[in-house]
Design a protein around this ligand. Structure first.
Ligand SMILES: NC(=O)c1ccc[n+]([C@@H]2O[C@H](COP(=O)([O-])OP(=O)(O)OC[C@H]3O[C@@H](n4cnc5c(N)ncnc54)[C@H](OP(=O)(O)O)[C@@H]3O)[C@@H](O)[C@H]2O)c1
Length: 305
């Protein structure tokens, strides 16, 4: 599995990570096997959040890791904090500390490699986040920090107090869900794609060496787009032709499309299917041509103005 530098750090991460949001879809006995399957493919990066499965995803993962018996330093564990489902976002000092302590307990580990702020909280005080990050770092509970679903200005606001680097911004991104790209390519136009929903986050991350982690890489925003001919017939036609050329599946090519972007994104996939994970992992070895990359972009409904 190809690896990449994580943000400005020296940490090497695989270009494909497993998102554990859907872990409870597996039978209990299958979870350690699936984790081992991923690790054997080089996918030793696992993305969690305290809220996934109401905490069950982290708990089951922690139990399963013990069963596998893999040394802790052979895997990279990331989790997120700050969402209180259906009630509020809470990036207060107390809640960040409480969330991380809960996560460490459920994962049955002494430290997280990476902690992300899950979503921007309207009542966030940068001083409180800074106090929490300092404490978590000093106590050895978190090694690296980042954010998710944040705009550049929100990262800048955090940086007025937070002294740790923000190494990543985890953002929803896929071939059809790619406003962070279309907003740049349709700059200066009256088209829908020109609307900037992320504050030019793509260029901000590139300029500041922040790794974009692409979440939901196979979702369009209205469900999975691969093999969904009702919603994306042209895209599936193009995926079919290109996947035949490389002798892989459409999922491989959809992931390769993300990895081809020069921002050097990391792809966080959510499949709980052994075969799909095997095929997706093959994306790390494929470099799409410029023609192929644009063909997929345009066949998903984007335009070149
Ligand atoms: N930061 C955030 O706000 C945020 C939000 C959501 C998710 N995430 C992270 O991103 C991770 C991935 O999210 P996701 O699960 O929505 O991503 P995804 O990889 O785009 O979607 C995976 C889901 O799509 C299904 N699927 C159907 N056809 C597929 C195909 N051809 N190829 C691949 N998958 C196909 C999978 O089913 P099978 O299991 O049957 O393959 C699975 O249920 C999550 O686990 C989580 O860690 C972060």
């Amino acid at each position: 599995m190809k690896t990449m530098k994580f943000g400005k750090s020296d940490l090497e991460v695989p270009v494909i990570g497993l998102g554990c949001m859907r872990l409870t879809e597996l039978e209990r006995w299958d979870i350690p096997k699936y984790i081992w399957h991923c690790i054997s493919l080089g996918v030793n990066f696992f993305d969690h959040a305290d809220i996934y499965g109401g905490g069950e995803c982290e708990r089951l993962f922690g139990e399963s890791l013990k069963e596998i018996g893999i040394p802790r330093d052979q895997i990279i564990l990331q989790s997120k904090c700050g969402i209180v489902p259906r009630i509020m976002y809470d990036l207060s000092y107390e809640n960040i500390i409480r969330c991380v302590d809960g996560t460490l307990k459920r994962l049955d580990t002494d430290y997280l490699d990476i902690l992300l702020l899950h979503r921007p909280d309207a009542l966030m005080e940068p001083e409180e986040v800074a106090k929490a990050f300092d404490e978590l770092e000093q106590k050895g509970k978190v090694r690296y920090f980042g954010v998710s679903n944040h705009k550049p200005s929100q990262m800048e606001l955090l940086k007025t107090c937070v002294k740790q680097e923000l190494h990543t911004d985890q953002l929803q991104f896929s071939i059809p869900f790619s406003n962070i790209i279309s907003t740049g390519m349709e700059a200066n136009m009256h088209t829908d794609g020109a609307i900037d929903r992320g504050g030019d986050v793509l260029n901000y991350c590139r300029l500041n060496n922040i790794t974009i982690q692409a979440w939901s890489p196979f979702q369009s925003g209205k469900g999975a787009f691969v093999d969904n001919n009702d919603g994306y017939p042209d895209l599936n036609w193009a995926l079919g032709e290109i996947s035949a050329k490389y002798n892989v599946t459409k999922s491989t090519i959809a992931a390769a499309w993300i990895l081809r972007h020069p921002a050097r994104m990391q792809t966080i996939v959510g499949t709980m299917n052994y075969y799909r994970m095997l095929e997706i992992a093959r994306a790390a070895d494929i470099e799409l041509t410029r023609d192929e990359w644009y063909r997929l972009y345009l066949s998903s409904g984007h335009i070149l103005p």
